[in-house]
Design a protein around this ligand. Structure first.
Ligand code: HEM
Length: 328
């Protein structure tokens, strides 16, 4: 190349004015070409991210019979989703359990009403397919090396770190080290807490990412699609739990979880499979201890000032849970 010659000539003290001019000109062309390639590459990447890839994924999902809104540039369904959540959480609901899902996830509720359960929603430029079939939920949660956790906003990344954020071998190593610390063989699951976790599932949906084309049941999922395992929807499904699905009936767990679920993956408040919540026994023990300590000294009832308002992002009472305590 010319620059090579210049260096060589310069080192030998034979650099000519003409050569310098040609080389300076070539340098300018090279920088200009690099700049153009750089700009074109980034323009293509951005266009691909915000438009071409989402449209391609949309086509692939529709070809498989999945339904959802048409993609809207960059935001997808997020604007409507945000507005609907704000509207739904602006006031409490009647004290019934069947309005929880529409309150915390009004957009997905509307999408299912419009398109049926074989649907997808747009989380920005990424389509997320709703998965409610127990067989498929079992498959996704078992194959944790195939379906990775969906990466959320940068804020969420800061909040969720360590074991919960690791993938593949790093996750397996950390999980192996931590497992024994959380293992309580002797713990019995209480049916009351299970029924609370069924109706008021704190992690009401679990997200997974499809990173390579993957077959799931009859679907062929292209890379770049998200999956929403709609835990709460499955927990409330009358076809699974019977007509009394929306009743608070702890007795349904009197013979244990597998009897109540007939061995299907239809009750998974702590997720399921290899990535099941490592702290589930600890959380259950903690909840039981707190209940026992309160019940030892107090009877309690719900205060009339309580407003029923389950709130999204880890289900919680929006205005608190006011109780009237009676000292025993
Ligand atoms: C009622 C209380 C709790 C509920 C409902 C719950 C639920 C869950 C769920 C659904 C997941 C799976 C999330 C996913 O895969 O996307 C999870 C994972 C996890 N939970 Fe919990 N959790 C609870 C309490 C706890 C506690 C008390 C701890 C620790 C002291 C804990 C530590 C973890 C960790 C480290 C993971 C990630 C496990 C892995 O990826 O291998 N959780 N939890």
């Amino acid at each position: 190349m010319k620059f090579g010659i210049i260096t060589l000539e310069a080192s030998e003290g034979r650099i000519s004015f003409f050569n310098m001019e040609i080389s300076y000109y070539n340098l300018k062309i090279a920088i200009f070409s690099f700049a153009i390639i750089f700009v074109l590459r980034w323009t293509w990447r951005i266009l691909n991210y915000v438009w071409f890839k989402p449209k391609k994924l949309e086509k692939q999902l529709r070809q498989q019979g999945l339904k959802g809104n048409s993609y809207k540039l960059l935001y997808g369904d997020m604007k409507e989703m945000k507005m609907m959540i704000e509207e739904a959480t602006s006031k409490p609901i009647n004290f019934s359990h069947d309005l929880i899902w529409p309150r915390i996830n009004p957009f997905i509720h509307k999408t299912i009403t419009n398109y049926g359960k074989n649907c997808f929603v747009w989380i920005g430029p990424k389509p997320a397919v709703l998965i409610t079939e127990p067989k498929l939920i079992r498959e996704v949660l078992t194959k944790n090396y195939v379906y990775h956790k969906a990466r959320g906003s940068p804020l969420l990344k800061l909040a969720i770190s360590g074991l919960a954020a690791h993938e593949k071998d790093k996750w397996a190593t950390h999980r192996r080290i931590l497992n024994p610390a959380f293992h309580f063989d002797k713990l019995k699951v209480t049916m009351i807490l299970n029924e609370v976790l069924r109706l008021y599932t704190s992690v009401y949906a679990i997200n997974r990412m499809v990173n390579t084309e993957t077959k799931l049941g009859d679907l062929c999922l292209p890379s770049g699609v998200q999956l929403i395992l709609a835990t709460m929807l499955v927990h409330h499904d009358t076809e699974i739990w019977g007509d009394d699905a929306m009743e608070f009936m702890p007795e349904r767990f009197s013979e244990g979880i597998s009897k109540a679920t007939k061995g299907q993956v239809v009750f998974f408040p702590f997720s399921w499979g290899p990535r099941i919540c490592i702290g589930q026994n600890f959380a259950m023990l903690e909840a039981k201890m707190a209940m026992v300590m309160i019940l030892k000294h107090y009877a309690f009832e719900l205060s009339p000032s309580y407003a029923h308002a389950p709130h999204p992002l880890l289900l919680q009472p929006q205005y608190g849970a006011q109780l009237i305590m009676h000292k025993l």
